[in-house]
Ligand binder design. Sequence first.
Ligand code: BG6
Length: 301
Amino acid sequence: MTTADTLNQRFSSGRQLGFREVNGLAVAEIDTPLASASLCLQGAHLMTWRPQAQAEPVVWLSKLAKLAPGKSIRGGVPVCWPWFGPHATDAKLPAHGFARTVPWELSEARVLGDGAVELALTLPGSEPTRALWPHRTRAELRLTIGATLTAALTTVNEDDHPIVIGEALHTYFHIGDIGAARVRGLEDCAYLDKVDGGARKRQDGAITFAGETDRIYLDTDAECIIDDERLRRRIRVAKTGSRSTVVWTPWTEKADKMGDFGPDGWRGMLCVESANAAENTVTIAPGERHTLAVEYRVENF
Ligand code: BG6
């Protein structure tokens, strides 16, 4: 019996929630009167989300996204954990941690009374990851998938010493065109500009895009709003337990080099990542837990 068969026996809920296998990876498919979505159990990676009221997806997945054991998926909501970006001391370790490329366990999956689907996934400490992260730490991701999307990433320190984590819900949003989008909510915020050697700068007004943009906004728990003139809608990104917001678009040259965006794919996406990164990493005492939570909501205008 495949993993998908086992998951279907345990959790399937008719047409609204089912599982299939793609290239050896289990994928949850959700199709309810509120939303359609899909999630790969490797990485607890939500790949797509479209509220039924929206003609276009809200979470972007590259047309060239590949699903393969041990590889990250271009698009969706990668879970960056337990560090963000390059590892602080060892450049050989994977960027954005390892959570996005290892299997997670599905512990709960059900249709709630209001019609949203709730999924809970767990990443227990395991032998293969011990070499990368020598601490007893459990991660949990809880998602509610309906007309709005919520995700809560909890880290539990099961060790006897404090741990320091970096993390992000590295969400790729689908937009009509990057040249006609802007992000509000980070006005006057300090940020590290990764396309300018990490220089520390201050945001002046709303963020607009005319080239590669890769910034870590610091000390902010502000709600961000993506205004999308082309699709005539705004996406609201509200968060708790997150002190950084990363805004990233690769633009032509970098997207071409990365090879999995497809021709002009990058023009239709924008990452607004709720994070704890750089000087906003989080220290968790033994026995304590920390939760980073987001809520995404779409309004048409
Ligand atoms: C962003 C980083 O969060 O992720 C960028 O700020 C990085 O520097 C981007 O290029 C994509 O990372 P990856 O590892 O998924 O290609």
